[in-house]
Design a protein around this ligand. Structure first.
Ligand SMILES: [Zn+2]
Length: 254
């Protein structure tokens, strides 16, 4: 069995066939998934999806793209949402210096406040970091973040080792199957297996076999196969270990 630790099945991309997508995921062995908020409305929808589907859990947060809208009211709304049943994390929150859709000082502030909220609520934090590796590690350190997963990990081995040393988890997504992503494969080969979890980030980032198409939770098997090959481990062992890690991190009971 597998857990998709980062999906966005609440998005309109799945409105036409969400039940079928979830049925395919179940048939593929994806026992549970976490659907992740990226602004207030998407966080509300994530909570609704979790209330509707037994195998779906939710995370609530504001992505760095929307950081410019992160005010006291947003902080309060997230706090309220985080108290809903089946919310298991805060995020995705972090820094995106690739697209810079919010000014960097606003990204930093929204990230700090969500790190604090995660600690206050005693929930793990799902971190988005794109082209902001040193700044992300620095802020997590300054705010003394506790339970952390670096989602769709894109750093190098040195960064991964720093993250593992701090007790953070690294989440591996479809890009590990991309021909040019040797750097990520190197991270997986040397990984601390007790700090690895898997995700799809669907509808984004399909594995190589589905490039150009909508991604969905069932496709996590392609990522898992590649991780198994890199670790020299049977697929079901990868499933067992990453499921155990996700259960520990998000405190999921099965
Ligand atoms: Zn995401």
């Amino acid at each position: 069995m597998f857990i998709d630790t980062h999906a966005h099945i609440q998005m309109p991309e799945f409105d036409a066939d969400r039940d079928e997508v979830l049925a395919r995921a179940k048939a593929a062995g994806i026992g549970l998934m976490i659907t992740v908020g990226f602004h207030l409305e998407a966080s509300r929808q994530a909570v609704e999806a979790a209330q509707r589907y037994p195998q779906v859990y939710a995370s609530v947060g504001v992505h760095p793209h929307d950081a410019k809208h992160y005010d006291n009211r947003a902080d309060e709304t997230l706090r309220d949402l985080s108290k809903s049943q089946k919310v298991v994390a805060i995020g995705e929150a972090g820094l995106d210096f690739y697209r810079d859709r919010s000014p960097r000082p606003a990204q930093t502030e929204a990230f700090r406040r969500q790190i604090r909220l995660a600690k206050e609520r005693d929930l793990p934090l799902i971190v988005h970091d794109r082209d902001a590796h040193p700044e992300t590690l620095q802020l997590l350190m300054e705010e003394q973040a506790e339970a952390v997963v670096l989602h769709c990990f894109s750093g190098d081995l040195a960064m991964a080792e720093e993250a593992w040393a701090r007790g953070y988890y690294t989440s591996i997504a479809g890009p590990v199957t991309y021909p040019r992503n040797e750097a990520l494969r190197e991270v997986v080969r040397k990984a601390r297996v007790d700090r690895l979890v898997l995700e799809t980030d669907c509808p984004y980032l399909p594995p190589q076999a589905f490039r150009g198409q909508r991604n969905e939770p069932g496709h996590i098997l392609h990522t898992a196969h590649e991780v198994a090959r890199l670790l020299g481990m049977p697929l079901d062992e990868v499933g067992r270990i990453t499921t155990e890690n996700a259960r520990r991190l998000f405190r999921l009971s099965l």
